[in-house]
Design a protein around this ligand. Structure first.
Ligand code: ADP
Length: 475
Protein backbone atom coordinates (compact mmCIF):
# COMPACT_ATOMS: atom_id res chain seq x y z
CA UNK A 1 0.00 0.00 0.00
CA UNK A 2 1.46 3.30 -1.07
CA UNK A 3 1.36 6.34 1.16
CA UNK A 4 -0.72 9.12 -0.34
CA UNK A 5 0.54 11.84 1.98
CA UNK A 6 3.24 14.49 1.95
CA UNK A 7 6.69 13.26 3.04
CA UNK A 8 8.64 15.72 5.21
CA UNK A 9 11.48 15.07 7.62
CA UNK A 10 10.91 11.31 7.52
CA UNK A 11 7.20 11.62 8.35
CA UNK A 12 4.04 11.18 6.30
CA UNK A 13 1.96 14.31 6.93
CA UNK A 14 -0.91 16.40 5.57
CA UNK A 15 -3.76 14.05 6.42
CA UNK A 16 -6.00 16.93 7.53
CA UNK A 17 -5.35 19.11 4.46
CA UNK A 18 -7.71 19.66 1.58
CA UNK A 19 -7.12 16.95 -1.07
CA UNK A 20 -6.63 16.90 -4.84
CA UNK A 21 -7.70 13.98 -6.98
CA UNK A 22 -5.47 11.88 -9.19
CA UNK A 23 -7.30 10.76 -12.34
CA UNK A 24 -6.64 7.78 -14.61
CA UNK A 25 -6.47 9.32 -18.12
CA UNK A 26 -7.50 5.99 -19.66
CA UNK A 27 -11.01 6.13 -18.17
CA UNK A 28 -11.39 9.41 -16.22
CA UNK A 29 -11.74 7.51 -12.94
CA UNK A 30 -10.34 8.82 -9.69
CA UNK A 31 -7.48 6.62 -8.47
CA UNK A 32 -6.55 8.40 -5.26
CA UNK A 33 -6.25 11.82 -3.70
CA UNK A 34 -3.23 13.55 -2.18
CA UNK A 35 -2.90 16.56 0.13
CA UNK A 36 -2.97 20.06 -1.35
CA UNK A 37 0.12 21.29 0.40
CA UNK A 38 1.06 24.95 0.24
CA UNK A 39 3.39 27.51 1.81
CA UNK A 40 3.48 25.94 5.27
CA UNK A 41 4.40 22.47 4.00
CA UNK A 42 6.97 23.86 1.57
CA UNK A 43 8.63 25.85 4.36
CA UNK A 44 8.55 22.90 6.71
CA UNK A 45 10.21 20.76 4.01
CA UNK A 46 12.92 23.37 3.43
CA UNK A 47 13.57 23.54 7.22
CA UNK A 48 13.99 19.75 7.29
CA UNK A 49 16.23 19.68 4.23
CA UNK A 50 18.38 22.50 5.59
CA UNK A 51 18.88 20.73 8.88
CA UNK A 52 19.60 17.40 7.20
CA UNK A 53 22.13 19.08 4.89
CA UNK A 54 24.36 19.86 7.88
CA UNK A 55 25.08 16.15 8.38
CA UNK A 56 24.35 14.63 4.94
CA UNK A 57 26.88 16.92 3.27
CA UNK A 58 29.58 15.70 5.67
CA UNK A 59 29.05 12.00 5.05
CA UNK A 60 31.59 10.25 2.87
CA UNK A 61 30.82 9.62 -0.76
CA UNK A 62 30.88 5.90 0.06
CA UNK A 63 28.20 6.26 2.73
CA UNK A 64 25.97 8.23 0.41
CA UNK A 65 26.58 5.75 -2.37
CA UNK A 66 25.51 2.85 -0.18
CA UNK A 67 22.10 4.42 0.41
CA UNK A 68 21.65 5.22 -3.28
CA UNK A 69 22.43 1.58 -4.02
CA UNK A 70 19.84 0.45 -1.46
CA UNK A 71 17.29 2.71 -3.12
CA UNK A 72 18.31 1.32 -6.50
CA UNK A 73 17.81 -2.26 -5.30
CA UNK A 74 14.39 -1.53 -3.79
CA UNK A 75 13.17 0.27 -6.90
CA UNK A 76 14.38 -2.63 -9.02
CA UNK A 77 12.53 -5.13 -6.83
CA UNK A 78 9.35 -3.02 -7.09
CA UNK A 79 9.56 -2.00 -10.74
CA UNK A 80 6.34 -3.72 -11.81
CA UNK A 81 4.40 -2.15 -8.94
CA UNK A 82 5.83 1.32 -9.66
CA UNK A 83 5.18 0.83 -13.38
CA UNK A 84 1.56 0.00 -12.66
CA UNK A 85 1.10 3.11 -10.49
CA UNK A 86 2.63 5.15 -13.31
CA UNK A 87 0.38 3.68 -15.99
CA UNK A 88 -2.67 4.32 -13.84
CA UNK A 89 -1.91 7.99 -13.19
CA UNK A 90 -0.07 8.90 -16.39
CA UNK A 91 -1.47 6.59 -19.06
CA UNK A 92 1.68 5.25 -20.76
CA UNK A 93 1.68 1.54 -21.67
CA UNK A 94 2.87 -0.68 -18.82
CA UNK A 95 5.92 -1.90 -20.76
CA UNK A 96 6.96 1.72 -21.32
CA UNK A 97 6.27 2.53 -17.67
CA UNK A 98 8.50 -0.31 -16.49
CA UNK A 99 11.07 0.84 -19.08
CA UNK A 100 10.93 4.29 -17.51
CA UNK A 101 11.43 2.84 -14.02
CA UNK A 102 14.56 1.08 -15.28
CA UNK A 103 15.79 4.27 -16.93
CA UNK A 104 14.99 6.30 -13.80
CA UNK A 105 16.77 3.81 -11.61
CA UNK A 106 19.78 3.95 -13.90
CA UNK A 107 20.47 7.44 -12.52
CA UNK A 108 20.59 6.07 -8.97
CA UNK A 109 23.11 3.43 -9.95
CA UNK A 110 25.20 5.74 -12.09
CA UNK A 111 25.39 8.55 -9.50
CA UNK A 112 26.02 6.10 -6.66
CA UNK A 113 29.32 5.55 -8.49
CA UNK A 114 29.91 9.05 -9.84
CA UNK A 115 29.58 10.60 -6.36
CA UNK A 116 32.87 8.90 -5.52
CA UNK A 117 34.63 10.79 -8.32
CA UNK A 118 34.03 14.41 -7.34
CA UNK A 119 37.67 15.30 -7.82
CA UNK A 120 39.35 18.59 -6.97
CA UNK A 121 42.50 20.10 -8.50
CA UNK A 122 45.79 21.64 -7.56
CA UNK A 123 47.03 24.42 -9.80
CA UNK A 124 50.63 25.68 -10.05
CA UNK A 125 50.88 28.81 -7.94
CA UNK A 126 52.59 32.14 -8.76
CA UNK A 127 54.81 32.04 -5.69
CA UNK A 128 57.01 29.25 -4.25
CA UNK A 129 55.31 29.59 -0.84
CA UNK A 130 51.78 29.43 -2.10
CA UNK A 131 49.50 26.59 -3.16
CA UNK A 132 46.28 26.71 -5.14
CA UNK A 133 43.72 24.09 -4.12
CA UNK A 134 40.34 23.63 -5.79
CA UNK A 135 37.59 21.68 -4.05
CA UNK A 136 34.05 20.91 -5.03
CA UNK A 137 31.37 21.17 -2.38
CA UNK A 138 27.63 20.46 -2.44
CA UNK A 139 25.62 23.57 -3.23
CA UNK A 140 23.08 23.09 -0.42
CA UNK A 141 19.35 22.45 -0.34
CA UNK A 142 17.99 21.67 -3.81
CA UNK A 143 14.40 22.35 -4.93
CA UNK A 144 13.28 20.00 -7.72
CA UNK A 145 10.05 20.72 -9.59
CA UNK A 146 9.07 17.98 -12.01
CA UNK A 147 6.52 17.35 -14.78
CA UNK A 148 3.99 14.55 -15.36
CA UNK A 149 5.37 13.04 -18.57
CA UNK A 150 8.16 11.06 -16.86
CA UNK A 151 6.89 10.76 -13.29
CA UNK A 152 9.88 8.70 -12.07
CA UNK A 153 12.81 9.61 -14.30
CA UNK A 154 12.48 13.37 -13.96
CA UNK A 155 12.79 12.89 -10.20
CA UNK A 156 15.78 10.54 -10.07
CA UNK A 157 17.62 12.43 -12.83
CA UNK A 158 17.66 15.38 -10.41
CA UNK A 159 17.61 13.73 -7.00
CA UNK A 160 20.29 11.06 -7.58
CA UNK A 161 23.09 13.48 -8.58
CA UNK A 162 21.98 15.96 -5.89
CA UNK A 163 22.17 13.32 -3.15
CA UNK A 164 25.43 11.89 -4.49
CA UNK A 165 26.96 15.37 -4.41
CA UNK A 166 25.92 15.80 -0.77
CA UNK A 167 22.86 17.99 -1.25
CA UNK A 168 19.44 17.41 0.33
CA UNK A 169 16.25 17.85 -1.68
CA UNK A 170 12.72 19.16 -1.59
CA UNK A 171 10.64 17.81 -4.47
CA UNK A 172 7.34 18.97 -5.92
CA UNK A 173 5.98 16.43 -8.39
CA UNK A 174 3.37 17.37 -10.98
CA UNK A 175 -0.20 17.42 -9.73
CA UNK A 176 -1.25 14.82 -12.30
CA UNK A 177 1.35 12.24 -11.21
CA UNK A 178 2.17 12.47 -7.50
CA UNK A 179 1.71 8.77 -6.74
CA UNK A 180 4.87 7.56 -8.50
CA UNK A 181 6.83 10.25 -6.64
CA UNK A 182 5.37 9.21 -3.29
CA UNK A 183 6.15 5.57 -4.02
CA UNK A 184 9.78 6.53 -4.73
CA UNK A 185 9.85 8.47 -1.45
CA UNK A 186 8.47 5.47 0.40
CA UNK A 187 11.25 3.30 -1.02
CA UNK A 188 13.84 5.97 -0.18
CA UNK A 189 12.64 5.83 3.42
CA UNK A 190 12.97 2.05 3.36
CA UNK A 191 16.44 2.40 1.83
CA UNK A 192 17.51 4.22 4.98
CA UNK A 193 18.09 7.83 3.90
CA UNK A 194 18.19 9.95 7.07
CA UNK A 195 15.13 12.11 7.77
CA UNK A 196 15.03 15.36 5.85
CA UNK A 197 17.40 14.25 3.09
CA UNK A 198 14.51 13.69 0.67
CA UNK A 199 11.18 15.50 1.10
CA UNK A 200 8.20 15.39 -1.27
CA UNK A 201 5.45 18.02 -1.15
CA UNK A 202 2.31 17.64 -3.25
CA UNK A 203 -0.11 20.50 -3.77
CA UNK A 204 -0.31 24.08 -4.96
CA UNK A 205 2.52 24.58 -7.44
CA UNK A 206 2.77 28.34 -7.28
CA UNK A 207 2.70 28.55 -3.50
CA UNK A 208 5.21 25.77 -3.05
CA UNK A 209 7.46 27.16 -5.79
CA UNK A 210 7.30 30.66 -4.33
CA UNK A 211 8.17 29.46 -0.81
CA UNK A 212 11.28 27.75 -2.14
CA UNK A 213 12.27 30.53 -4.53
CA UNK A 214 12.32 33.16 -1.84
CA UNK A 215 14.08 30.94 0.71
CA UNK A 216 17.77 31.82 0.71
CA UNK A 217 18.66 28.43 2.23
CA UNK A 218 17.51 26.77 -1.01
CA UNK A 219 20.62 27.22 -3.14
CA UNK A 220 19.61 25.41 -6.30
CA UNK A 221 16.49 25.11 -8.42
CA UNK A 222 16.23 22.26 -10.88
CA UNK A 223 13.12 22.24 -13.04
CA UNK A 224 11.70 20.29 -15.95
CA UNK A 225 8.58 21.65 -17.62
CA UNK A 226 7.38 24.32 -19.99
CA UNK A 227 9.56 27.18 -21.19
CA UNK A 228 6.94 29.62 -19.93
CA UNK A 229 7.06 28.39 -16.33
CA UNK A 230 10.85 27.91 -16.55
CA UNK A 231 11.28 31.60 -17.35
CA UNK A 232 9.09 32.60 -14.40
CA UNK A 233 11.05 30.36 -12.05
CA UNK A 234 14.37 31.67 -13.31
CA UNK A 235 13.22 35.21 -12.58
CA UNK A 236 12.10 34.14 -9.13
CA UNK A 237 15.37 32.36 -8.45
CA UNK A 238 17.29 35.53 -9.30
CA UNK A 239 16.07 37.12 -6.05
CA UNK A 240 18.37 34.87 -4.03
CA UNK A 241 20.80 34.13 -6.90
CA UNK A 242 20.20 30.39 -6.85
CA UNK A 243 21.95 28.11 -9.26
CA UNK A 244 19.37 26.97 -11.84
CA UNK A 245 19.03 24.04 -14.20
CA UNK A 246 16.11 24.17 -16.59
CA UNK A 247 14.97 21.42 -18.93
CA UNK A 248 12.27 23.11 -20.97
CA UNK A 249 10.23 22.68 -24.11
CA UNK A 250 11.50 21.44 -27.43
CA UNK A 251 10.43 21.34 -31.07
CA UNK A 252 12.52 18.51 -32.43
CA UNK A 253 13.10 18.27 -36.18
CA UNK A 254 13.58 14.79 -37.65
CA UNK A 255 15.55 15.02 -40.90
CA UNK A 256 15.58 12.15 -43.36
CA UNK A 257 18.13 12.53 -46.18
CA UNK A 258 17.70 10.78 -49.54
CA UNK A 259 20.50 8.30 -48.70
CA UNK A 260 18.93 7.25 -45.37
CA UNK A 261 18.10 3.65 -44.54
CA UNK A 262 14.34 4.21 -44.74
CA UNK A 263 13.35 1.27 -42.53
CA UNK A 264 15.77 2.40 -39.84
CA UNK A 265 14.45 5.97 -40.14
CA UNK A 266 10.83 4.82 -39.79
CA UNK A 267 11.66 2.72 -36.76
CA UNK A 268 13.55 5.66 -35.23
CA UNK A 269 10.71 8.04 -35.99
CA UNK A 270 8.07 5.80 -34.46
CA UNK A 271 10.16 5.48 -31.29
CA UNK A 272 10.85 9.18 -31.10
CA UNK A 273 7.40 10.39 -32.10
CA UNK A 274 4.92 7.96 -30.57
CA UNK A 275 6.60 6.87 -27.33
CA UNK A 276 4.55 8.19 -24.42
CA UNK A 277 1.91 9.17 -27.02
CA UNK A 278 4.20 11.96 -28.22
CA UNK A 279 4.40 13.58 -24.80
CA UNK A 280 8.15 13.88 -24.32
CA UNK A 281 10.21 17.04 -24.55
CA UNK A 282 12.64 15.44 -27.00
CA UNK A 283 10.01 13.83 -29.17
CA UNK A 284 9.87 14.65 -32.85
CA UNK A 285 7.61 17.55 -33.70
CA UNK A 286 8.48 18.10 -37.36
CA UNK A 287 9.57 15.57 -39.96
CA UNK A 288 11.63 16.82 -42.91
CA UNK A 289 12.09 14.31 -45.71
CA UNK A 290 14.18 14.98 -48.83
CA UNK A 291 11.82 15.44 -51.74
CA UNK A 292 12.98 12.51 -53.91
CA UNK A 293 12.03 9.96 -51.23
CA UNK A 294 9.20 11.86 -49.50
CA UNK A 295 6.20 10.11 -51.04
CA UNK A 296 7.57 6.58 -50.58
CA UNK A 297 8.61 7.40 -47.02
CA UNK A 298 5.17 8.80 -46.21
CA UNK A 299 3.35 5.69 -47.48
CA UNK A 300 5.59 3.37 -45.46
CA UNK A 301 5.29 5.48 -42.32
CA UNK A 302 1.50 5.69 -42.62
CA UNK A 303 1.32 1.89 -42.96
CA UNK A 304 3.44 1.36 -39.85
CA UNK A 305 1.53 3.96 -37.84
CA UNK A 306 -1.84 2.49 -38.79
CA UNK A 307 -0.75 -0.74 -37.07
CA UNK A 308 -0.13 0.96 -33.71
CA UNK A 309 -2.83 0.03 -31.24
CA UNK A 310 -4.26 2.65 -28.91
CA UNK A 311 -5.79 1.60 -25.63
CA UNK A 312 -5.50 1.34 -21.87
CA UNK A 313 -1.85 1.10 -20.91
CA UNK A 314 -2.57 -1.87 -18.66
CA UNK A 315 -3.62 -3.90 -21.72
CA UNK A 316 -0.50 -5.72 -22.90
CA UNK A 317 -1.40 -5.19 -26.58
CA UNK A 318 -1.41 -1.38 -26.27
CA UNK A 319 1.23 0.62 -28.12
CA UNK A 320 -0.15 4.08 -27.38
CA UNK A 321 -2.01 5.06 -24.24
CA UNK A 322 -4.22 8.07 -23.59
CA UNK A 323 -2.96 11.64 -23.42
CA UNK A 324 -2.72 13.24 -20.00
CA UNK A 325 -5.96 15.26 -20.11
CA UNK A 326 -8.67 16.85 -22.22
CA UNK A 327 -6.58 19.95 -22.91
CA UNK A 328 -3.87 17.76 -24.44
CA UNK A 329 -6.40 16.10 -26.77
CA UNK A 330 -7.78 19.48 -27.81
CA UNK A 331 -4.31 20.77 -28.63
CA UNK A 332 -3.59 17.88 -31.01
CA UNK A 333 -7.02 18.29 -32.55
CA UNK A 334 -6.37 22.00 -33.09
CA UNK A 335 -2.98 21.34 -34.70
CA UNK A 336 -4.46 18.72 -37.05
CA UNK A 337 -7.40 20.94 -38.00
CA UNK A 338 -5.17 23.96 -38.58
CA UNK A 339 -2.86 21.94 -40.83
CA UNK A 340 -5.78 20.57 -42.85
CA UNK A 341 -7.30 24.03 -43.23
CA UNK A 342 -3.96 25.20 -44.62
CA UNK A 343 -3.66 22.35 -47.13
CA UNK A 344 -2.11 19.31 -45.37
CA UNK A 345 -3.42 15.77 -46.04
CA UNK A 346 -4.17 13.06 -43.48
CA UNK A 347 -2.15 9.90 -44.24
CA UNK A 348 -3.03 8.02 -41.03
CA UNK A 349 -5.23 8.65 -37.97
CA UNK A 350 -6.45 12.21 -37.59
CA UNK A 351 -9.19 11.95 -34.96
CA UNK A 352 -9.72 11.70 -31.25
CA UNK A 353 -11.36 8.55 -29.93
CA UNK A 354 -14.98 8.28 -28.73
CA UNK A 355 -15.71 10.77 -26.02
CA UNK A 356 -16.59 8.23 -23.31
CA UNK A 357 -13.27 6.49 -23.45
CA UNK A 358 -10.17 8.15 -21.97
CA UNK A 359 -8.18 11.01 -23.48
CA UNK A 360 -7.23 9.18 -26.66
CA UNK A 361 -6.03 10.56 -29.96
CA UNK A 362 -5.17 8.37 -32.94
CA UNK A 363 -1.51 8.28 -33.99
CA UNK A 364 -1.56 10.64 -36.94
CA UNK A 365 0.57 11.30 -40.01
CA UNK A 366 0.09 14.43 -42.12
CA UNK A 367 1.77 15.15 -45.45
CA UNK A 368 2.12 18.35 -47.48
CA UNK A 369 2.92 20.29 -44.34
CA UNK A 370 4.32 23.83 -44.57
CA UNK A 371 6.00 26.14 -42.08
CA UNK A 372 2.89 28.36 -41.63
CA UNK A 373 1.06 25.54 -39.91
CA UNK A 374 0.83 25.67 -36.11
CA UNK A 375 2.34 22.23 -35.64
CA UNK A 376 5.60 23.44 -37.20
CA UNK A 377 6.22 26.06 -34.53
CA UNK A 378 4.23 25.07 -31.42
CA UNK A 379 4.94 21.99 -29.35
CA UNK A 380 2.08 19.54 -30.11
CA UNK A 381 2.87 17.16 -27.23
CA UNK A 382 0.77 14.48 -28.84
CA UNK A 383 0.87 11.67 -31.43
CA UNK A 384 1.11 13.83 -34.56
CA UNK A 385 3.84 13.41 -37.19
CA UNK A 386 3.70 16.26 -39.76
CA UNK A 387 5.82 15.61 -42.86
CA UNK A 388 7.32 18.41 -44.93
CA UNK A 389 9.51 17.89 -47.98
CA UNK A 390 12.80 19.72 -48.58
CA UNK A 391 15.28 19.94 -51.46
CA UNK A 392 18.80 20.48 -50.12
CA UNK A 393 20.90 19.78 -47.05
CA UNK A 394 21.30 23.54 -46.42
CA UNK A 395 17.56 24.04 -46.56
CA UNK A 396 16.94 21.21 -44.07
CA UNK A 397 19.45 22.67 -41.60
CA UNK A 398 18.07 26.19 -41.93
CA UNK A 399 14.49 25.04 -41.42
CA UNK A 400 15.46 22.80 -38.51
CA UNK A 401 17.24 25.67 -36.75
CA UNK A 402 14.47 28.20 -37.37
CA UNK A 403 12.94 27.95 -33.89
CA UNK A 404 13.55 29.42 -30.45
CA UNK A 405 13.92 25.87 -29.12
CA UNK A 406 17.08 23.74 -29.19
CA UNK A 407 16.65 20.53 -27.23
CA UNK A 408 16.83 17.48 -29.55
CA UNK A 409 17.15 16.97 -33.30
CA UNK A 410 17.35 13.77 -35.34
CA UNK A 411 19.16 13.09 -38.59
CA UNK A 412 19.03 9.94 -40.68
CA UNK A 413 21.64 9.47 -43.38
CA UNK A 414 24.08 6.74 -44.37
CA UNK A 415 26.67 9.27 -45.57
CA UNK A 416 29.21 9.84 -42.83
CA UNK A 417 30.39 13.25 -44.07
CA UNK A 418 26.85 14.50 -44.30
CA UNK A 419 26.07 13.05 -40.87
CA UNK A 420 28.86 15.00 -39.20
CA UNK A 421 28.26 18.16 -41.26
CA UNK A 422 24.59 18.31 -40.37
CA UNK A 423 25.01 17.29 -36.71
CA UNK A 424 27.57 20.02 -36.13
CA UNK A 425 25.37 22.71 -37.67
CA UNK A 426 22.22 21.86 -35.75
CA UNK A 427 21.64 24.30 -32.86
CA UNK A 428 20.53 21.58 -30.50
CA UNK A 429 21.85 20.11 -27.25
CA UNK A 430 21.11 16.54 -28.34
CA UNK A 431 21.44 15.06 -31.84
CA UNK A 432 20.11 11.58 -32.56
CA UNK A 433 22.19 10.45 -35.52
CA UNK A 434 20.38 7.46 -36.96
CA UNK A 435 19.02 7.10 -33.41
CA UNK A 436 15.50 7.94 -32.26
CA UNK A 437 16.06 7.20 -28.56
CA UNK A 438 19.16 8.97 -27.27
CA UNK A 439 18.42 9.30 -23.50
CA UNK A 440 20.72 7.34 -21.17
CA UNK A 441 21.95 8.10 -17.62
CA UNK A 442 25.60 8.54 -18.56
CA UNK A 443 25.07 11.16 -21.31
CA UNK A 444 24.49 14.93 -20.88
CA UNK A 445 20.84 15.80 -21.56
CA UNK A 446 19.85 19.42 -22.09
CA UNK A 447 19.05 22.15 -24.53
CA UNK A 448 20.36 25.17 -26.38
CA UNK A 449 18.43 28.44 -26.68
CA UNK A 450 15.00 28.54 -25.00
CA UNK A 451 15.06 24.82 -24.25
CA UNK A 452 16.95 25.47 -21.07
CA UNK A 453 20.12 25.75 -19.06
CA UNK A 454 22.46 23.12 -17.68
CA UNK A 455 22.71 19.40 -18.27
CA UNK A 456 21.30 16.35 -16.54
CA UNK A 457 22.94 12.96 -16.62
CA UNK A 458 26.56 11.97 -17.00
CA UNK A 459 29.47 13.53 -15.16
CA UNK A 460 28.17 16.90 -16.38
CA UNK A 461 24.95 16.42 -14.43
CA UNK A 462 26.58 16.25 -11.01
CA UNK A 463 28.44 19.54 -11.56
CA UNK A 464 25.09 21.32 -11.42
CA UNK A 465 24.90 20.45 -7.71
CA UNK A 466 28.44 21.48 -6.81
CA UNK A 467 30.12 24.77 -5.95
CA UNK A 468 33.77 25.29 -6.76
CA UNK A 469 35.90 26.48 -3.85
CA UNK A 470 39.37 27.87 -4.47
CA UNK A 471 41.62 27.76 -1.43
CA UNK A 472 44.72 29.94 -1.75
CA UNK A 473 47.26 28.72 0.75
CA UNK A 474 50.30 30.78 1.73
CA UNK A 475 52.98 29.53 4.11
P1 ADP B 1 3.57 20.87 -18.18
O1 ADP B 1 3.10 21.57 -19.40
O2 ADP B 1 4.48 19.72 -18.39
O3 ADP B 1 2.50 20.61 -17.16
P2 ADP B 1 4.48 22.99 -16.47
O4 ADP B 1 5.65 23.86 -16.71
O5 ADP B 1 3.14 23.62 -16.42
O6 ADP B 1 4.60 21.89 -17.58
O7 ADP B 1 4.67 22.16 -15.13
C1 ADP B 1 5.83 21.49 -14.76
C2 ADP B 1 5.92 21.47 -13.25
O8 ADP B 1 5.96 22.83 -12.77
C3 ADP B 1 4.74 20.83 -12.55
O9 ADP B 1 5.19 20.20 -11.36
C4 ADP B 1 3.87 22.03 -12.22
O10 ADP B 1 3.01 21.78 -11.13
C5 ADP B 1 4.93 23.04 -11.84
N1 ADP B 1 4.53 24.45 -11.95
C6 ADP B 1 3.71 25.02 -12.86
N2 ADP B 1 3.60 26.34 -12.64
C7 ADP B 1 4.39 26.64 -11.57
C8 ADP B 1 4.73 27.83 -10.86
N3 ADP B 1 4.25 29.02 -11.22
N4 ADP B 1 5.58 27.72 -9.81
C9 ADP B 1 6.10 26.54 -9.46
N5 ADP B 1 5.83 25.39 -10.09
C10 ADP B 1 4.99 25.42 -11.13
Amino acid sequence: MTNHLIYINGKWVGEGLEKMDVINPANHEKIASVPKGGTAEAEHAADAAYEAFQTWSKKTAGERSELLLNWHRLIDENKEAIGKIMTLEQGKPLKEAIGEVNYANGFNLWYAEEGKRIYGETIPASHPNKRILVQKQPVGVVAAITPWNFPAAMITRKVAPALAAGCTVVVKPAGQTPLTALKLAELAEEAGFPKGVINVVTGRSKEIGEAWLKDDRVRKLTFTGSTEVGKQLMQGAARTMKKVSLELGGHAPFIVMDDADVDKAIEGLIGSKFRNAGQTCICTNRVYVQESIASGFTVKLAEAVAKLKIGDGLDGATDIGPLIDQGAVEKVEQHVQDAIDKGARIEAGGKKADADAGFYFEPTVLSGVTEEMMCMTEETFGPLAPIAAFQTEEEAIARANDTPYGLAAYVFTENIGRAIRISEQLEYGIVGLNDGLPSVPQAPFGGFKESGLGREGGHHGIEEFLEIKYISLAF
